[in-house]
Design a protein around this ligand. Structure first.
Ligand code: NAD
Length: 650
């Protein structure tokens, strides 16, 4: 009798080979990725029931999706996070299936290609063996912490036992992914196997009779119960440094559950209750969903043309780094600047980026070869997309466009990285203004995921689609915005920074103002941010966006002394070795953070009302990703909607 005959499976394909090995291919119905939903877990249970009666010689779990093994649990099932009983039930259900898989008498193996994330990794950890298909996109991660939750399906127990406490805690507390090579080094997988031999390797390995891997050496020692308190104290200190105001509970919960409950989440019901009832988890999941929404804007549509060659004009801070990022992502880039030295500097930075990001020497070389210095601008006539990132000056940009446009190939796109100029004005003298789009990257390009895609009224749908898909191809998150001063992100940052400067005018120390916002949950205070951006740039943005208000006196005074912030070594702070030298902050007056946030919230709302961004959720996504606005708050407008009404003293 055939296995498949006995069961109706929607998400799995089951077959047995002549050696009696069962091959269980996971291929979730109606989805491009595999997700561990309740239905998938139920089918897996059904399969295990079946094997209790007809045990295979070995069981190999693999994915039928090109995208990878598993993309984690189905977060749509986390909807009722505040219903603690449901959460506990969800955890118990997963643990039960995985514990059962871990205890079966026949050998089991997870054959992993692509992403192996969250619950997917916990499933793989419950197998006796794991093999990683040796390809660039194979990666392993427990990213639950980023959603404000914990890897509760056995990951907190099995991962430290497998790779030792320090490496496991690092993965669980940061959510960072490791690639196939690192997974092998850590002992997370038994071996890496070439794609074309993956099935033979899996069939051989599952019947090898080898003992399952266990952590060795110091990693194993530090996972021993007696030594855990030491590891806990050390790690807690690091967490306090990283999150001094305790905005995030999940990392501390992971540490506690590992240290005191051997990684068994259900043994810490109070902690689970507190964590799942807090707004943080719900808001972080909200931000994750919004990121997925932005990601969807970047998926190619039928209207989009694939960009294979980009020509970048301007090899300064932004243009140089944009060119490097494009080359890193496999696109051929020609890089032009009137100053050859700027091109050479940009190549130097690109080289450092490639070495940091690409493991294989050959591929580093290939990325470098894709980045072609082109001071004469020969690439203009061949490029599918030209990105202009020259100095922020209207006449200079218009003059450049007049020179570029006649040489561009038909259908090619012209994009500006301008932060503050109107696209409509920039394109006023173009013959085809319908192909001018804003592609506004943020600084530093390699770190900032958000890219605003700026539309004018005349932008053609095909050009819009191509620009969005291009940003998606760069693995960035595109946010469509309308051509309006400051677009979204800079428009909301300016009044916030100006308000902070007004506090300095009123006599507060910059340290005190910045500290108030760090307590609030910002990664950096507004004055340190203004110094980092450059006070000349903050001034220009302020002039453009301050409306009827006059600019703060302290800003004018710094500019009069040519103190432009970090780049000149002095601004609101003195800067040494790229760091602001700070005095101890004073106690912020009560209500300071709300005062500073108010103009940011108001401007965010105005940008939605004026249609600069399509809706409030997208505005929240843009502000969180573009300014670092406390992600655990769910974004400025969400926070405002859910905030308890202020209590006024009588
Ligand atoms: P930058 O001064 O570092 O670089 C500008 C480069 O353009 C210089 O290398 C200059 O030699 C070159 N250039 C000027 N005119 C040219 C011309 N006609 N032909 C060829 N090269 C020319 O400036 P940046 O900070 O990289 O800013 C570039 C653009 O990006 C601006 O529009 C700015 O508003 C925008 N932007 C800047 C930031 C930021 O944080 N710096 C962030 C987002 C967007």
């Amino acid at each position: 009798m055939n296995d498949a005959d006995t069961m109706a499976l929607r998400h799995f394909r089951l077959s047995r080979d002549s050696a009696g090995i069962a091959w269980l291919e996971i291929d979730c119905a109606e989805s491009s990725v595999n997700r561990l939903s309740g239905e998938v877990l139920a089918e897996l249970t059904q399969v295990l029931d079946h094997f209790d009666h007809r045990p295979p010689a070995g069981l190999i779990l693999l994915s039928g999706k090109a995208s990878g093994f598993f993309a984690g649990a189905d977060i749509n099932e986390f909807g009722a996070l505040d219903q603690v009983d449901l959460v506990q039930e969800l955890i118990a259900r997963g643990c039960k299936v995985f514990d059962r898989l871990a205890a079966v008498p026949y050998p089991t193996l997870a054959l992993v290609h692509g992403h192996c994330v969250g619950g997917g990794l916990e499933l793989a950890l419950a197998c006796r063996y794991r093999l990683a298909v040796d390809q660039a996109d194979t990666s392993f991660a427990l990213p639950e912490v980023m959603l404000g939750i914990v890897p509760a399906w056995g990951g907190m127990h099995r991962l430290p036992a497998l790779i030792g406490a320090p490496a496991a805690l690092d993965m669980m507390l940061t959510g960072r992914a490791v690639d196939a090579r690192k997974a092998q080094r850590l002992g997370l997988v038994d071996a890496r196997v070439p794609l074309r031999l993956k099935r033979q390797a899996a069939a051989q390995h599952v019947r090898s009779g080898k003992p399952p891997r266990r952590a060795r050496g110091l990693g194993r020692l530090l996972n021993a119960r007696v030594l855990r308190p030491i590891m806990m104290r050390q790690t807690a200190r690091k967490l306090d440094e990283r999150d001094p105001y305790q905005h995030y509970m999940a990392p501390r919960a992971i540490l506690e559950i590992w240290g005191r409950h051997d990684g068994e989440a259900l043994e810490a019901p109070d902690l689970l209750r507190e964590m799942t009832r807090s707004d943080t988890a719900r808001n972080l999941i909200r931000v994750f969903r919004l990121q997925e929404r932005l990601k969807a804007f970047g998926r190619p549509t039928t209207e989009a043309t694939e960009v294979q060659h980009v020509h970048v004009v301007g090899a300064g801070t932004m243009g140089g780094d944009i060119a490097a990022w494009c080359a890193l992502k496999g696109i051929r880039v020609t890089l032009q600047d009137q100053d050859r030295e700027r091109i050479a500097d940009a190549q130097g930075r690109a080289h450092a980026l490639f070495i940091r990001r690409i493991k294989e020497k050959r591929e580093q070389r290939a990325a470098f070869d894709r980045l072609i210095p082109d001071p004469e601008g020969y690439g203009v006539s061949q490029a599918d997309l030209i990105i202009e990132a020259i100095t922020e000056n209207l006449e200079a940009k218009q003059g450049l466009y007049a020179n570029l446009e006649p040489r561009m190939k038909p259908g090619a796109l012209l994009a500006s990285n301008t932060s503050s100029l109107s696209l409509q004005v920039l394109g006023a003298q173009l013959r085809e203004p319908q192909r001018l789009v804003g592609i506004h990257f943020f600084n530093p390009v390699a770190r900032m995921q958000l890219v605003e895609v700026v539309e004018t009224d005349v932008l053609s749908p095909a050009a819009r689609a191509t620009a969005l898909a291009f940003v998606g191809k760069l693995s960035k998150l595109p946010l469509p915005v309308k051509d309006a001063p400051g677009f979204l992100v800079n428009a909301v940052l300016a009044p916030y920074m100006l308000e902070a400067m007004r506090c300095v005018d009123e006599g507060l120390a910059p340290e005190t103002v910045d500290e108030a916002m760090k307590v609030f949950g910002m990664p950096m205070g507004p004055l340190e941010l203004a110094d980092t951006v450059g006070l000349d740039i903050a001034h220009a943005a302020g002039q453009q966006l301050a409306g009827a208000h006059s600019l703060p006196k302290c800003l004018e005074a710094h500019l009069a002394r040519r103190e432009l912030g970090r780049k000149t070594g002095r601004g609101f702070y003195v800067w040494k070795d790229g760091k602001a030298v700070k005095k101890t902050p004073g106690t912020p007056p009560s209500g300071l953070s709300e005062r500073l946030i108010a103009p940011l919230v108001e401007r965010t709302r105005a940008q939605v009302e004026h249609g600069v961004v399509a809706d409030a959720d997208l505005a929240d996504a843009g502000v969180v990703l573009g300014t670092g606005f406390a992600p655990f708050s769910g974004g400025p407008l969400h926070r405002e909607r859910h905030r308890a009404p202020p209590v006024h003293p009588i």
